[in-house]
Design a protein around this ligand. Structure first.
Ligand code: FAD
Length: 402
């Protein structure tokens, strides 16, 4: 694996940089700057997604036969890094990153033909219906029931922590189709096509940062065609596990971390420590930034290796767990240092001022506006996409043979 930049890669990087800078509107930049969670405010995220789609770049990890740009792993990494450095909005990626690859692998030709183009264009917005109250880490214990009735299934139960369900028009969902045998053997993977169908209720859960990012979704006698099964009935666990590797491994943390650390360094250069020196000149604080930067560089190498695996048709396996653990931990460290750097200006609750399009002035410096909500939001990064304790269990089993 040679990851050094060739003249061709540098040309690619310059082209990407120029196109991104020319395509980003002020509204998009503002939305990205005010993003406090994993995804930007939905309308702004989708504006950027459609801009990418107009260029054929909305699914950068997909193979060309399904509408991807056919970039090499390194080109993909360059593109992601340029987006992070320029501050592009982050659209919801459940379609591109999760259900898309699953449909390519397990979907029927009809399902691929119907759903994949709609994911690429942004016409469909997918949410993920895996977790339930009482079934998160122990996902196989899920209870949402799908009972066959003629050509349909009738679904009853509830999903929780469903990110951006309030914006989605479709959900990919794990349901229980049998209570016989091992719990993993009675699960099916199904696509819920009409999220406005009778019997579906989406209730918001407001996070401690004050944002509406997650929801609880209820199903009461919801009819879904049996043709919407992906894979065989009761074989959904195989599909679910395949998807989880993409959820944990398909997303590089290091480009975002490099951008977060660059932002932190700019803030530390503007802020003063207790004895009036620039915070960046404070040896203790500077060392902590440097440690985070070294960890990010180490992670970058592992992520690039994983991209090569994906490009060769292999899933990253236990490496995706390792990247998830390190990426989320460094993310928390970077946001903790940023909140610390802005000191008491982190404390005012400025939800109104940090809403995209708002004309309310920030209390304190602009750069302090998102510091605490980001820090609070990132506490969840070691829980979602499979908690870090569960990732460590996977590493212990698959890598260490324990
Ligand atoms: C912000 C956010 C967004 C999310 N978005 C989605 C979404 O869009 N779709 C979706 O389906 N889900 C989503 N989730 C749910 C997420 O996947 C679960 O929260 C996660 O899997 C943990 O499950 P749980 O919350 O039930 O906690 P539990 O499983 O009850 O875990 C509680 C604690 O016990 C630890 N623990 C549990 N089992 C073990 C074990 N065997 N060994 C060691 N430690 C263990 C965990 O690590 C954790 O610290 C989201 C969660 C959050 C916080």
């Amino acid at each position: 694996m040679d990851l050094s930049l060739t003249a061709e890669d540098l040309k690619f990087r310059d082209e990407m940089r120029a196109w991104i800078n020319a395509s980003l509107t002020d509204e998009m930049k503002d939305g990205a700057r005010l993003t406090t969670g994993p995804f930007s405010e939905h309308a702004v995220g989708m504006q950027w997604f459609r801009t990418l789609a107009s260029k054929g770049w909305s699914a950068p990890t997909w193979p060309p036969e399904h509408g991807g740009p056919g970039w090499s792993p390194l080109q993909l990494y360059i593109f992601t890094s340029e987006c992070a450095a320029a501050g592009t909005p982050v659209p919801l990626v459940m379609g591109v990153q999760m259900v898309g690859p699953v449909l390519m692998h397990f979907g029927t030709p009809q399902q691929q033909e119907h759903y994949l183009p709609r994911i690429l264009s942004g016409e469909d917005v997918w949410c993920q219906g895996y977790s339930e109250p009482g079934s998160g880490s122990d996902l196989a214990s899920l209870k949402t029931r799908a009972v066959r009735d003629g050509d349909d299934y009738i679904i009853n139960g509830s999903k929780i922590w469903t990110t951006f369900a309030q914006h989605a028009n479709r959900m990919f969902c794990l349901v229980r189709t049998s209570t016989e045998g091992k719990s993993q053997e009675g699960i099916s993977f199904i696509l819920i096509d009409d999220f406005d169908a009778p019997g579906i209720t989406v209730n918001p859960i407001i996070t401690m940062a004050g944002d509406h990012e997650v929801n609880q979704v209820f199903f009461e006698d919801v009819r879904v065609p049996a043709a919407n099964l992906v894979g065989k009935e009761n074989d959904g666990w195989t599909v679910a596990k395949y998807l989880l590797e993409f959820e944990r491994g398909g997303n590089s943390y290091s480009p975002g971390l490099h951008a977060a650390l660059a932002n932190l360094k700019a803030i530390a250069a503007a802020e003063r420590n207790g004895d009036g020196r620039r915070l960046i000149d404070d040896e203790g604080f500077r060392n902590r930034i440097a440690a985070a930067e070294c960890d990010t560089l180490a992670l970058e190498i592992v992520e690039k290796q994983a991209l090569c695996e994906l490009a060769e048709g292999r899933t990253p396996g236990a490496a995706s767990s390792m990247m998830k653990v390190r990426g989320s931990e460094i993310l928390q460290l970077a946001s903790e240092l940023t909140a610390e750097a802005v000191a008491y200006h982190a404390w005012p609750d400025q939800k109104a001022a940090r809403t995209p399009g708002s004309n309310i002035a920030a209390v304190g410096p602009e750069h302090a506006l998102t510091a605490l909500p980001r820090h609070l939001n990132h506490r969840a990064s070691t829980i979602y996409a499979g908690s870090n304790e569960i990732q460590r269990n996977i590493i212990a089993k698959l890598v260490l043979g324990l």
